[in-house]
Design a protein around this ligand. Structure first.
Ligand code: KG4
Ligand code: ZN
Length: 329
């Protein structure tokens, strides 16, 4: 029985959580900066880190209070140390280090993407079985990953340009639908006709990589094509359909090829209802999908990932660095 305190500040949510045994949430607090970033149509990094500074201590206090736990009942502190926005990461990372040092607690730095995958351990179902194919789709990442055991990953494919969430966000801006784009496009597309417009899919045959820049350009051309006014709901539906089509098809193909026992969806874009429905419809193995509040950034997923590393005896040193993106050789 281990009780892990998780902290997540990689982008625009200030989050803390307490998770028991990597599977049971005792408290999960997220202070969203969304309203502020809506004003600027996206996240301004300096604004994000300042808001984390202001919110993190109250969020931590709220988390302990909601779980009705005392510091003495916490077994370890797990924190996102990358990838993400540098200034934002540093707020969470340094707070976690200070807490671990002051309370003499084990300390673990967790990869944000690994955290997203572990949101699937927080759902009320049987424990996910390996090998598992995970589709990690967020504002910054689109990765198809084969997970062979706890902490053992093989990347099968990734985006060659925009992340799926980024594509949603840019498309929503072109269509005048606001930020964040994914939920706005999903809402606009409800009940619309995805067949009115034909948008391209980059299949990149023989590879599990993705590409969304051609789709984005095609959308822009349609919006600007001078002819009749674009029908925004139908365009949103066609755009969403093109992304869902490629993401779902490749995930299912990978699951077949690598004999997956489970498919797991992860990251903010996994909140997309048509994507969830399509993968479930096509899959021959159980599909795990976290509830929407655990798909978008939160600290419960970081605590869950931290639990399995903690149980495996791993510890991070207090000089652990933040890594905003992958190291450049
Ligand atoms: O994982 P996340 O909360 O933050 C990152 O780590 O990036 O993902 C945020 C992304 C945004 O691009 C947002 O537009 C997208 O997830 N998103 C969605 C939906 N909800 C959030 N995309 C499509 N459909 C949704 N319902
Ligand atoms: Zn994320």
């Amino acid at each position: 029985m281990a009780r892990i305190l998780g902290i997540e500040t990689s982008c625009d949510e200030t989050a803390a959580a307490i998770v028991l045994d990597g599977r049971h949430i005792e408290a999960n607090v997220v202070a969203s900066q969304e309203a502020v970033h809506r004003e600027t149509g996206g996240v301004v990094p300096e604004t994000a880190s300042r808001l984390h500074l202001r919110a993190l201590v109250p969020v931590l206090e709220e988390t302990l209070a909601r779980a009705n736990r005392d510091w003495r009942e916490i077994d370890a502190v797990a924190v996102t140390h990358g990838p993400g926005l540098a200034g934002s990461l540093l707020v969470g990372l340094n707070t976690a280090k200070a807490l671990a040092f002051a309370r003499d607690l084990p300390f673990l730095g967790i990869n944000h993407l690994e955290g997203h995958v572990y949101a699937n351990w927080l759902v009320d179902s049987a424990e996910p079985r390996f090998p598992l194919v995970a589709l990690i789709v967020s504002g910054g990442h689109t990765d198809l990953v084969l997970m062979e055991a706890h902490g053992r990953y093989r990347r099968l494919g990734r985006t060659r340009d925009d992340a799926a969430g980024e594509a949603f966000d840019k498309a929503a801006r072109m269509l005048g639908l606001g930020y964040p784009g994914g939920p706005a496009i999903q809402r606009a597309a409800e009940g619309a006709d995805p067949q009115r417009y034909s948008l391209p899919r980059a299949w990149l045959k023989g590879s599990y990589d993705f590409s969304f820049s051609g789709l984005k350009t095609a959308l822009l051309r349609t919006v600007q094509s001078g002819g009749s006014e674009p029908v925004v709901p139908d365009l949103a539906a066609a755009f969403q359909e093109a992304i869902v089509d490629v993401l779902a098809t490749k995930t299912i193909e990978a699951a077949r090829q690598f004999g997956a026992q489970t498919i797991a969806l992860a990251g903010g874009v996994a909140a997309n209802l048509p994507l969830r429905a399509r993968v479930q419809e096509l899959s021959h193995v159980p599909v795990l999908i976290p509830p929407v509040r655990l798909c978008t950034d939160n600290a419960a997923m970081i605590a869950a990932a931290g639990h399995f590393r903690f149980e495996a005896g791993e510890r991070s040193e207090l000089d652990l660095d933040a890594f905003p993106s992958l190291p450049i050789a």
